[in-house]
Design a protein around this ligand. Structure first.
Ligand SMILES: Cc1ncc(COP(=O)(O)O)c(C=O)c1O
Length: 467
């Protein structure tokens, strides 16, 4: 049967053509044929407008990326000007362009820790894929060919190329795709509310997780473990903030076994946690950092890896063994993407967006925290301008709904009907992570709409006898 015969949408409508031709990323294929797409063709500020004329608050800043919201003319202009001046220049074999140079210099000036170099990619997945190559090359250069395993965490999300999906610990990234590949391991999710033991403090929980990591490295053989990768705050796996003391304890273990620390700042980078980088918020001293998304406010695709001086020195010396540094993308350091990223960083500074985020995040977190008393909510968690609530049939005992009931996706659909985009995450968590430019009134509107969706979901859960 042709897809067009399976839909209720008018022939030749945008929805019908979408169903006919467009294979969407991360979409339930059969449900898509049934329900059709949300088609958005315009945006302004924190709002997007669907093809039915509805105004919707983009409460997820796209996929945690449109930090400056929609319709930022300066970014459009800089892209236009750059396209006319120099639309493309390769970065291979010693070729360069001044915009990419300026961007690399700027990034190093704001990076946490001792970062010395930037390698450009087109996305967060490519950044993390590159991290793996850097780590493997690094150990080959040091004459440690066995030291190659990389430890991630269950529920982590690091992207979706074969290797990045292997770093990811969310089950949905693995099912049906024959990943994770060999050499990728996963340790416990640092989610105190779900994983903490009775009577255990957050700090004790962090100590236990560090011990488990130590045990895992020892069991695998420290000579075989190359790196640990972590999002400062786990995003797509449930928006999980780390427990007290977690990263310093984890890093002590990594140091002991000479294991590199990769901070995946693809979501947390560029102020989302209330600091320029999540590493600053959580006392992380990374050897390598992945960035993307808010680097360009998503106006054009660009990502990158920031590399510490110490790691770079080893890569440099590796050249004596392996010749050229033979990795890179056609679009690494693309001048138009670089120009948009550079302008994005300028706007952040000129408008003191960091100050704005800090002045909004208290209100945002307080208003989200009100949902903690709702009978359907087990936990509200968040930091800076991102937050989530975890829905449960039994907050006291932290019960879970059968995923077949799709409770979180149901709430997200109700929120959308009220004009708010939210996102359903694993374990029936529902996230709200608006553009960083959001103001107090708009935060209020988000909370009001989320509240309506939550109440209606509670009505549904009761009427279906699910509690
Ligand atoms: C923490 C993290 N790392 C990596 C990625 C992958 O980025 P991309 O979708 O640009 O490949 C994502 C995407 O959401 C992410 O959240």
């Amino acid at each position: 049967m042709a897809p067009s015969d399976r839909t209720r949408f008018a022939p030749n409508s945008a929805a019908a053509r979408d169903i006919e031709y467009y294979l969407h990323p991360f979409t339930n294929l059969k449900a898509h044929e049934e329900n059709g797409p949300l088609i958005v063709n315009e945006g302004k500020g924190v709002y997007v407008y669907d093809d039915q004329g509805n105004e919707i608050i983009e409460g997820m800043a796209g996929l945690w990326c449109t930090s400056l919201g929609f319709g930022e003319e300066r970014l459009a202009k800089v892209a236009y000007d750059q396209m006319l001046k120099l639309p493309y220049m390769q970065g291979f074999t010693h070729r360069s362009n001044e915009v990419a140079i300026d961007l690399a210099e700027k990034l190093i000036s704001i990076a946490p820790g001792n970062m010395g170099k930037v390698f450009f990619t087109n996305s967060g997945s490519e950044a993390n894929d590159t991290q793996i190559k850097i780590v493997w090359y690094y150990n080959n250069a040091l004459g440690r060919p066995e030291k190659k395993k990389i430890i991630g965490r269950h529920k982590a999300y690091h992207g979706i190329t074969l290797a990045a999906a292997s770093l990811s610990g969310v089950e949905y990234a693995h099912k049906g795709f024959d990943v994770p590949l060999d050499r990728f391991l996963h340790t416990r999710t640092p989610h105190f509310w779900r994983e903490g033991l009775d009577g255990e403090t957050e700090d004790e929980f962090s100590t236990r997780l560090a011990q488990e990591l130590d045990d895992m490295i020892v069991a695998e053989g420290p000579d075989t473990v190359a790196a640990f990768i972590a999002e400062p705050v786990m995003g797509a796996g449930g928006l999980i903030t780390p427990p007290t003391g977690y990263f310093p304890k984890i890093q002590a273990v990594l140091k002991k076994h000479d294991v590199l620390m990769i901070a995946d700042e693809v979501i947390t980078g560029f102020m989302r946690t209330g600091n320029m980088f999540g590493s600053e918020t959580y006392d992380i001293q990374p050897d390598l950092i992945s960035i993307a998304k808010a680097l360009s406010s998503a106006y054009l695709p660009i990502g990158g890896v920031m590399i510490s001086n110490e790691v770079y020195e080893v890569l440099r010396e590796g050249g004596d063994k392996f010749g050229m540094w033979n990795t890179g993308y056609t679009y690494s350091g693309h001048p138009v993407s670089a120009a948009v990223a550079l302008e994005t960083l300028s706007i952040y500074e000129e408008r003191n967006l960091l100050g704005h985020v800090r002045s909004m995040m208290g209100t945002f977190q307080e208003q989200m925290a009100q949902f903690a008393d709702h009978p359907l909510v087990g936990e509200v968690r968040g930091v800076g301008l991102f937050a989530a609530m975890e829905l449960t049939p039994d907050p006291e005992n932290k019960g879970s709904f059968d995923p077949a009931h799709k409770i979180a996706p149901g709430m997200v659909a109700r929120a959308q009907a009220h004009g708010l985009i939210m996102r359903a995450l694993p374990s029936d968590s529902v996230a709200l992570c608006p553009p960083l430019i959001i103001n107090e009134d708009e935060i209020g509107m988000c909370i009001e709409r989320a509240g309506k969706a939550l109440d209606e979901t509670w009505d549904f859960v009761q009427s279906e006898g699910l509690v």
